[in-house]
Design a protein around this ligand. Structure first.
Ligand code: SAH
Length: 227
């Protein structure tokens, strides 16, 4: 699955993520990420998730366009968000915003099952085809509004949101199990957003810790029912 032509670029990327993790420790409280998270990033062939014209820069530590005005997140951001989820091997994880499926693949390396919701049908279809081709069998993708989560598969051990809503959507908080983690950028479109790590306590309350200022595309309300 992994094309050796990119092995060196992938190794360099891992070093860059490690350096950035050390530099951002005052924000995140984590000077290094879990070895399993770094191993997952080292395994996922990022060049398979970008347009062929972008392949040579697939392992640059920066976001890249994936069409429809959307971007595949910067690898460091994928790493820090994945680390903050504290995934255990038996976990079931919900992702909102499948995009090209890269983050879903990283999650699939770590969790038992990944459920991902994408609002743009063509992105969802392409990601589904790509993940199957790359051999990921534990990812399910649904076209729909991420504000609704995926209630049929709830509760989740972890929920990760890869576009920014103006506030934490109630239905996502509801779909976390007690002890479950929610990693989410929050902020109005065009303003600085804050990445939060939330946790549901045993009495159902949501604790919220600000982790890092970030810049995500806004989470779009898909239907008229969403305010
Ligand atoms: N995790 C992705 C990055 C996605 S960019 C990856 O690894 O490639 C953000 C994605 O969120 C886009 O694909 C966008 O279409 C999607 N999105 C935005 N608003 C959404 C919503 N309300 N529900 C579901 N997906 C949404």
């Amino acid at each position: 699955m992994v094309d050796d032509r990119f092995a060196e670029a992938r190794r360099r990327l891992i070093l860059e993520i490690e350096q950035e993790a050390a530099v951002t420790e005052p924000w995140t409280g984590r000077s290094r990420f879990a070895p399993a998270v770094m191993a997952a990033i080292a395994r996922v062939p990022r060049h398979e998730f970008v347009a062929t014209t972008e392949r040579d820069i697939a392992y640059a530590n920066r976001p890249l366009p994936i069409g429809h005005g959307q971007t595949i997140s910067q690898p460091y951001i994928v790493a820090v968000m994945t680390d903050l989820l504290d995934i255990a091997p038996g976990d079931r994880v919900l992702e909102i915003g499948t995009g090209c499926g890269y983050q879903a693949a990283v999650l699939a390396e770590l969790a038992k099952e990944v459920f991902s919701v994408e609002v743009v049908p063509t992105l969802a279809a392409a990601a589904r085809e790509r993940l199957i081709r790359l051999g990921y069998r534990n990812v399910s993708i649904r076209v729909g509004d991420g504000y609704d989560g995926w209630p049929e598969h709830a509760p989740f051990d972890g929920i990760i949101v890869t576009s920014a809503p103006p506030r934490i959507p109630d239905r996502l908080a509801e779909q976390l199990r007690p002890g479950g983690r929610l990693v989410i950028p929050v902020g109005a479109a065009g303003e600085t957003q804050m990445l939060f790590r939330c946790e549901k306590t045993s009495d159902g309350a949501i604790t919220k810790e600000a982790k890092l200022p970030v810049a995500f595309v806004p989470m779009v309300p898909a239907g008229p029912a969403v305010e």
